[in-house]
Design a protein around this ligand. Structure first.
Ligand code: ADP
Ligand code: MG
Length: 355
């Protein structure tokens, strides 16, 4: 069996804040298989960048162990310096050198890694890397003359030029406008799949994490709170935090009422209640796109607000008897109006139960 591209075991990192230690990373373990794309997804300040910087060797952990392709780079044996770790990195600020050309920027890692290469070897490696990100024609241009998307691609070329075993990406799309962000997201995915480079991606953006990753690890306050495929994370969130952070979740207090039924003050709904017994207090969790509005049964309420978003109609429904609100994503052709009395019915198979 080949070793994982990255293995992180029980990583801990404390920062001293006001003479008290603040635990930025609190026992994080992750493993990235060969060719896998793993995202660390979590809100700002949860410890994503710190984790990534420890992997890169830019930060010294307080505890734990880090292996790259089966070789320890941090642990009892000490720390291997960044330049001797077989990684490529792209940060939020791309750190493109403005006084250099596109070619020189891409070639930079080859100049500082201490290995001797012939001029033609450097030339070939740079040409190849620039071709991969479709910048070959701009090799002679000053880096300041690139658009945001081109700078992003240059940063990727530079990260990939030494053909690293592991690619580290820290919110690389957050400085781009929405449309470009979508394009670059697709480019990163295609490039990563084509090169098969194992990737650790850090983001607070759930759409990025879900669309790019083979697996996602959701982080909160220095810990990983759930890991799984994008579908598992979205469809079966383990906690309220994950349900709420990844996408929009409707969370309704309920009581188990026998087999597969939940009772709420606004009415009864069906859900998967494996392992629960009558009378258990739970939270029903369902996504806006998994609710029928204008149903004949379910939760009774009043449409409080209708937001026309072009491709969807988002309706806010205030539930009778409990004042909780749920969001329902409707088709724009659905004739839902503010003030309507409606039943909303979550699709049973898509209604999860949280304890
Ligand atoms: P994220 O990337 O998820 O937004 P970070 O890893 O940057 O989070 O930060 C995690 C926590 O550690 C935050 O509370 C942050 O304020 C703190 N932190 C990060 N870097 C430092 C530092 N150099 N000194 C002190 N505290 C830091
Ligand atoms: Mg960060």
């Amino acid at each position: 069996m080949t070793a994982a591209a990255l293995t992180v075991i029980d990583l801990v990192k404390d920062y001293g804040v006001d003479r008290r230690a603040h635990r930025a990373v609190d026992g994080v373990s992750v493993e990235i298989g060969e060719g896998e794309f793993l995202s660390l997804l979590g809100p700002s300040g949860c410890g994503k960048t710190t984790t990534l910087r420890c992997v890169a060797g830019l930060e010294r952990p307080d505890e734990g162990r880090i292996e790259l392709a089966g070789t320890e780079v941090y642990g009892r044996g000490g720390a291997v310096p960044t330049e001797r770790r077989d990684i490529g990195m792209v940060f939020q600020s791309y750190a493109i050198w403005p006084h250099m050309t596109v070619f020189e920027n891409a070639a930079f890692p080859l100049r500082v890694d201490g290995r001797r290469r012939s001029r033609s070897e450097v030339q070939n490696l740079v040409e190849e890397a620039l071709a991969v990100v479709r910048l070959a024609d701009l090799a002679g241009r000053s880096a300041t003359q690139l658009s945001g998307g081109q700078q992003q691609r240059l940063a990727l070329a530079r990260a990939l030029i030494r053909r690293p075993k592991l690619l580290l990406l820290d919110e690389p799309l957050s400085n781009l406008d929405a449309k470009l962000r979508g394009q670059m997201r697709a480019e990163i995915r295609d490039l990563q799949r084509k090169l098969g480079v194992s990737t650790l991606f850090v983001t607070h953006d759930q759409a990025e994490a879900l669309s790019l990753s083979t697996r996602v690890a959701v982080m909160d306050q220095g810990r990983i709170v759930q890991r799984g495929t994008p579908r598992e994370i979205y469809e079966r969130p383990a906690t309220r935090f994950v349900a709420d952070f990844v996408g929009t979740a409707n969370l309704v207090d309920a009581e188990v009422d026998g087999d597969g039924t939940l009772r709420t003050p606004a009415g009864s709904i069906r859900a998967t209640c494996d392992g629960l017994k009558k009378g258990d207090r739970v939270t029903a969790c369902f996504r806006p796109e998994n609710v029928l509005i204008n149903a004949s049964k379910g939760l009774k309420g009043t449409v409080e607000r209708v937001d026309f978003l072009g491709e969807t109609l988002d309706c806010r429904v205030r539930l009778d008897g409990c004042a909780q609100r749920v969001t329902v994503r409707c088709h724009p052709a659905d004739g839902v109006r503010e003030g309507d009395a409606v039943f909303v019915e979550p699709i049973a198979e898509r209604c999860a139960v949280l304890l």
